[in-house]
Design a protein around this ligand. Structure first.
Ligand SMILES: NC(=O)c1ccc[n+]([C@@H]2O[C@H](COP(=O)([O-])OP(=O)(O)OC[C@H]3O[C@@H](n4cnc5c(N)ncnc54)[C@H](OP(=O)(O)O)[C@@H]3O)[C@@H](O)[C@H]2O)c1
Length: 161
């Protein structure tokens, strides 16, 4: 099973200058709880922004370059990344925008954090067709322990492929 996980500002931005635009402890925890123990697949720029493999997860990095990255499996396409896993394994696509654009048409599940605040950024989540997705879970917080704006966690399942 292919899952996409992302946090998107209300105006569509997800990052700027290869970093995240906010620090929301609850969202980091949500991400960690969902992805721990499962493979994570990311673009090379997202890997650079993390700076290290995520612990307790098989880390797969997609690049066109002949790279070797300690603690990661390096592949040269999304297809090659997905071929590493059987369909009963939940594989998390963790960004960034280029990889999300390729993965959304293939995804079965979509974990979306909506940050209810606009942010200026150079990277946006691609357009996605809401009619193809059913909202199956939703939780909204007015603010975080260290974050002043509301945000909400939404989980979608694909209606049809
Ligand atoms: N808010 C969130 O939840 C979230 C999550 C993740 C990332 N982000 C943000 O998103 C931004 C990064 O996103 P991005 O779109 O710039 O980069 P990205 O998708 O993380 O990585 C792009 C790179 O992936 C490789 N790549 C992409 N398509 C490929 C293909 N078809 N075949 C082989 N390699 C391919 C290329 O690597 P090479 O150049 O090495 O060939 C390309 O430069 C950062 O600001 C990050 O902080 C936000």
């Amino acid at each position: 099973m292919i899952s996409v996980i992302v946090a998107v500002a209300e105006n569509g931005t997800i990052g700027d200058k290869n970093t995240l635009l906010w620090h929301i402890t609850e969202d980091m925890k949500h991400f960690r709880q969902l992805t721990s123990g499962h493979p994570v697949v990311m673009g090379r720029k997202t890997y650079d922004s993390l700076g290290r493999p995520l612990p307790n997860r098989r880390n797969v990095v997609i690049t066109r370059q002949p790279l070797q990255i300690e603690g990661c499996e390096v592949v040269h396409s999304l297809e090659e990344a997905l071929d590493l896993f059987t369909s009963d394994e939940e594989v998390f696509i963790i960004g960034g925008a280029q990889i999300y654009a390729e993965a959304m048409p293939l995804a079965d599940r979509f974990y979306l954090t909506v940050v209810e605040h606009p942010y200026e950024g150079d990277t946006c989540f691609p357009e996605w067709d809401r009619t193809m997705w059913e909202l199956v879970a939703e939780e909204r917080l007015e603010q975080g322990v260290n974050y002043p704006h509301p945000f909400r966690f939404e989980t979608y399942e694909r209606k049809q492929k």
